[in-house]
Design a protein around this ligand. Structure first.
Ligand SMILES: [Zn+2]
Length: 98
């Protein structure tokens, strides 16, 4: 706690985690708002901020709904990529559950 960042992005993206299941999500957290996992209904608590995405990295607009976190290298990657562009880890298919 006690970190101070210059407000570079209007919507700061946080990693959220559900304590019981360990499921993680990304969301632009606003103070006083409770976030719940879409599938399990668990409360998600912010655990860390993500770094702002470099605008030059891609011309595609990446919204939190279109991102996930690589389990190996913790980088934000698009939902539509099958392999992590940072470490090459094969990403699990989205459809069909876990
Ligand atoms: Zn990776």
């Amino acid at each position: 706690m006690g970190y101070r960042f210059a407000p570079v992005n209007r919507r700061q993206i946080y990693r959220l985690r559900a304590a019981a299941s360990g499921r993680e999500a990304l969301a632009a957290v606003e103070p006083g708002t409770v976030y719940t996992d879409r599938e399990t209904g668990e409360e998600l608590r912010p655990i860390t901020r993500t770094l702002p995405l470099a605008p030059s990295q891609s011309s595609l607009l990446r919204t939190p709904e279109n991102l996930r976190i690589c389990r190996r290298c913790d980088q934000l990657i698009g939902l539509d990529v099958s392999d992590c562009p940072y470490c090459g880890l094969r990403q699990p298919a989205l459809d069909g559950g876990s």
